[in-house]
Design a protein around this ligand. Structure first.
Ligand code: NDP
Ligand code: HSE
Length: 424
């Protein structure tokens, strides 16, 4: 049987999982794929820890050039994370004629256009299934399963750490910091968890998905990003009482005026499928003109679930090596206009704190004057002498809502502005 040697750069949560899954299921994979995968080199900083986890046949060192310079290695895996030295390593591997597999969405969001173009020019393949939604094969879905469809929109829970935190806060009342620490311990969070909780990781993934769905070059700067750090647990409770769950969603949509990409905490109806995706689970809903709406669900982070996607890529690349065919994404759609956040439309949940209830009618009048219709206004006394009011708007433009909030600043403290969406 044809054998392909693999070099692993990075032996942390995903690297060790990749070694574990590929050796544990080696026979099964070889039987299914007709190719034998063998990890022959590992590069990491803590060489001792790696030594105790791999067989004696695996060479271990600290320098990624060892993989680049090893002519017996056909596939180079990048699981170090971050931009450098990951970028230099990937580009050097491509230049050396090696196929690459990576789970690094931060790298692809920043340098994906350059990496895919270099790989295509060199005739090597870059696999990146694990870069979005952990073990869910969503890249294959967009690139192959839904290839016949004109994608209209997609929306998803694509950061396991944030979903884990929001679920724990809501179900068990656990504090934010404590839950984040647990997500780090379980290997879900990024090396710098700011990427998770400030929404950047979800934005990187959404940008990759949008590029695949709409064929446009990767451009993370066009994505609006709001994380979960400013969320108040009061709004999680209000949302529940009003029949909603708060989720960090990534949303990409094709509109006549351009493509919109945004990541923000979102109120989703409690009965919707996305509302019931809990803990580290991820889910992506995709709408295409032929299939309609379809849902993809599974573990979005962690060692073995992510390794499942990395090893799937390794197997695909190994099979491609036997036929000599590569297939890197081609972002050649020239209709790349982006819809500014101010022009996006959504329904809104707005929590106001008022000194007294007398100004409510004046506030409603401001919304009406801006053409923002209200579905409901909920009012209750706050802890102190003030009044808490939650305004639920009809579908409105972001810029119109922001203009009203500015205009009522003398009458109300705007405590929260959250968007409401229903992708069921
Ligand atoms: P870890 O921090 O657990 O592992 C990183 C590994 O890379 C460690 O073995 C580290 O060595 C090694 N490393 C880092 N820098 C260097 C360097 N300069 N030279 C040599 N080795 C280096 O990260 P994860 O496994 O969690 O993540 C890896 C990648 O996978 C990231 O891009 C991440 O975004 C992505 N990813 C992670 C998921 C997850 O659930 N964790 C899911 C999907 C994608 P040492 O430990 O010795 O310092
Ligand atoms: N930190 C990421 C998450 C890992 O929590 O979703 C998976 O990409």
């Amino acid at each position: 049987m044809h054998r392909v040697n693999v070099g692993l750069a990075g032996f942390g949560t995903v690297g060790s999982g990749t070694y574990g899954v590929s050796t544990r299921n080696a026979e099964l994979i070889a039987q299914r794929a007709g190719v034998e995968l063998a990890v022959t080199r590992v590069v990491c900083r803590n060489v001792e820890a790696a030594r105790s986890a791999v067989g004696p046949e695996v060479q271990i060192s600290e320098d990624w050039h060892d993989i680049v310079n090893d002519p017996t290695i056909g596939i180079a895996v990048e699981l170090m994370g971050g931009i450098e030295p990951a970028r230099s390593y990937v580009m050097a591997c491509i230049e050396a004629g090696k196929h690459v597999v990576t789970a690094n969405k931060a790298l692809l969001a920043a340098h994906g256009n350059e990496i895919f173009a270099a790989a295509q020019a060199k005739g090597v393949h870059v696999g990146f299934e694990a870069s979005v939604a952990g073990g869910i094969p969503i890249i294959k879905v967009l690139r192959q399963g839904l290839v016949a469809n004109r994608i209209e929109w997609l929306a998803g829970i694509i950061n396991g750490t944030c979903n884990f935190i929001l679920s724990k806060m809501r179900d068990e009342g656990v504090a934010f910091d404590e839950t984040l620490a647990l997500a780090q311990k379980l290997g879900y969070a990024e090396a710098d968890p700011t990427f998770d909780i400030e929404g950047y990781d979800a934005a990187h993934k959404l940008t990759i998905l949008a590029s695949l769905a709409f064929g446009v070059p990767i451009d993370t700067s066009a994505t609006y990003v709001e994380g979960i750090t400013k969320l108040d647990s009061v709004d999680i409770v209000w949302a529940e009482e009003l029949g909603y769950r708060l989720k960090l969603l990534g949303i990409a949509r094709r509109t006549d005026a351009g493509i919109e990409t945004r990541v923000h905490p979102t109120l989703v109806p409690s009965s919707a499928l996305l509302a019931n995706v809990e803990g580290v689970m991820n889910a992506v809903v995709v709408n295409g003109d032929a299939l309609g709406t379809s849902l993809y669900y599974g573990r979005g982070a962690g060692s073995d679930p992510t390794a499942s996607a990395v090893v799937a890529d390794l197997t695909e690349v190994a099979q491609r090596m036997t036929c000599g065919c590569v297939d890197n994404p081609n972002f050649s759609n020239t209709q790349t206009a982006r819809l500014p956040m101010a022009e996006t439309v959504s329904q809104y949940y707005i929590r106001l704190v008022l000194d007294n209830a007398d100004v409510i009618d004046a506030i409603k009048a401001r919304f009406a004057a801006a053409g923002v219709n209200l579905q409901a206004v909920h009012q209750r006394p706050a802890d102190d002498a003030s009044v808490a009011v939650v305004v639920m708007t009809d579908t409105a433009r972001e810029c119109d809502v922001q203009a009203v909030l500015k205009a009522i600043a003398d009458k109300a403290h705007v405590a929260a502005v959250l968007r409401r969406e229903d992708f069921s």
